[in-house]
Design a protein around this ligand. Structure first.
Ligand SMILES: [Zn+2]
Length: 487
């Protein structure tokens, strides 16, 4: 078993080791909350908690810096609990144990919890270390980041007075996050009419598979193709050449995944050569996508119909559904003007299913600008309404619009350059972070997100580069000191 007590900075690693002994999977934070409350009480620090379970610990500025600007530091208490199949580990009671491989610290067959145990331990070590220079500190520990940003969603509006916040949940030393996307889901329902399969008609499967898929926030700009959209394009072309009926359609899986596969059953009149109709469309699509999608396969196969009177969508419903799918937005909508290579607004047509009497579709919009999400969701409403359908919108969450003029980001940047002699990367991500929700609760909060090198989070391969933690720490405490001194 690896002893981490000699790692630098020792106080932070001591707190990390303590946290690792306490089970703290998402939605099971009671014991770590108790640990954090006891930590505050043992040191006579004022603390508060809100109804959601988030805790803030306050510490006055060091002598001479009592009136310096307040600073909030933030990490999330929960960790993703995953283990290898052959690992015996009870996340409800067993401590996380460690192993070292080269420069990296791992757990033994489980997630390590460096995401975000390093952030939480950093806050505790800073509160615990009387040798540091700092202004008044407000250390915010949120619950349940990993399964839906629950803590940040429910964060009370009266816990923080600081106007600056450093989120300690990033995973690349020297890469500062300064913005993220908000999101909103639209659940679309289109009513369908049916008829029996016309006599003598033949049914075929049309299937798209082998696309790369990926995360609809992080990978939407890579031109990864949406299987539902491509299947729709094929069926739209079929409809221009022949009468046909849709019998079944199914594609996609999760709201945040780009669909990799989609499948339809279509019925065509006797004598129709579907190959002649589809081959040029198929070739045109393959020409367009085999370079970004080398694994793509489009197959068309006749299927033997066992029930000759099976129901199929009537002609009007077939046309209506394919028109809707073709018109719904998908992919990158707008790139940012303020931040290079940053997707500002996008949509993922995530799933389609045909069930009894209706088609249901799930679309996931993202943007760092709330108005842009509204505008995209309105477009979905309009298309759906033209087809006589309905939309139910899920819980939206706000984005964090990058502020290129942020004084806090500039302070972090300049400090990084002074300490390490090189420029950090400053970037925004097209996925959700707690800062989006915190910024909504505390308007005008100047925010940045930093962290050490953490790889493969949320899997038993999660690892943190030990040396990067020391560098991240040196940078963090220097930023805190300079902010207090007004440098
Ligand atoms: Zn995290």
């Amino acid at each position: 078993m690896t002893d981490i007590s000699q790692f630098q900075p020792t106080l932070m690693w001591k707190h990390f080791a303590d946290i690792s002994k306490i089970p703290h999977c998402s939605k099971q934070e009671e014991r770590i909350r108790e640990h954090i409350r006891a930590f505050a009480m043992d040191r006579n620090l004022v603390w508060k908690e809100d109804d959601t379970g988030n805790i803030v610990i306050y510490k006055p500025g060091t002598p001479g810096f009592e009136d310096a600007p307040s600073l909030a530091l933030q990490g999330h208490m929960d960790m993703v609990c995953e283990k290898n199949n052959d690992t015996v580990h009870d996340f409800e009671k067993d401590p996380i144990t460690f192993r070292i491989d080269g420069e990296w610290l791992y757990a033994n067959g489980t997630t390590l919890g460096a995401d975000d145990g390093i952030g939480v331990a950093s806050c505790m070590a800073i509160l615990d270390d009387d040798s540091l220079v700092h202004g008044p500190l407000e250390c915010l520990f949120t619950v349940d980041e990993e399964t839906g940003l629950t803590g940040a969603f429910g964060l009370a509006r009266d816990l923080l007075t600081a106007k600056n916040l450093i989120n300690l949940d990033s995973e690349d030393l020297g890469v500062f996050s300064i913005g993220c996307a908000g999101g909103g889901d639209s659940h679309v329902r289109i009513p369908l009419g049916y008829e029996t399969l016309p006599a003598g008609w033949n049914v075929h499967t049309v299937k798209i598979e082998g696309l790369r898929g990926g995360h609809s926030g992080v990978q939407i700009h890579e031109n990864r193709k949406n299987a539902i959209k491509f299947l729709t394009r094929i069926l739209f072309q079929v409809g221009k050449s022949t009468d046909y009926r849709l019998a079944m359609m199914d594609g996609g899986d999760k709201h945040n995944a780009i669909p990799r596969e989609a499948l339809a059953y279509i019925a065509v009149p006797p004598g129709t050569d579907l190959g002649v109709i589809i081959t040029p469309v198929r070739e045109a699509i393959l020409e367009e996508i085999t370079s970004p999608e080398p694994g793509v396969q489009i197959t068309i196969m006749p299927i033997h119909v066992t029930k000759p009177d099976a129901p199929v969508l009537d002609k009007a419903s077939t046309t209506k559904l394919i028109d809707v799918l073709l018109a719904l937005p998908d992919g990158v909508a707008v790139m940012s003007h303020d931040v290079d290579d940053f997707v500002e607004t996008s949509n993922n047509l995530a799933t389609i299913k045909i069930t009894e009497g209706e088609a249901t579709m799930l679309l996931s919009c993202r943007s760092s600008i709330m108005g842009a999400i509204r505008s995209l969701q309105d477009r979905i409403l309009a298309v759906t309404s033209l087809a006589g359908g309905e939309v139910k919108e899920g819980n939206g969450y706000p984005g964090w619009k990058p502020n290129p003029k942020s004084a806090l980001v500039e302070l972090c940047r300049a400090t990084y350059v002074d300490l390490f002699g090189k420029e950090p990367k400053v970037e925004a991500i097209h996925a959700g972070l707690e800062c989006g929700l915190i910024g909504e609760k505390y308007p005008g909060m100047d925010m940045v997100s930093i962290g050490p090198d953490i790889q493969n989070p949320h899997s038993p391969e999660e690892r943190v580069r030990v040396e990067s933690v020391k560098l991240y720490w040196d940078h963090l405490v220097e930023v805190i000191a300079r902010l207090a001194k007004g440098q």
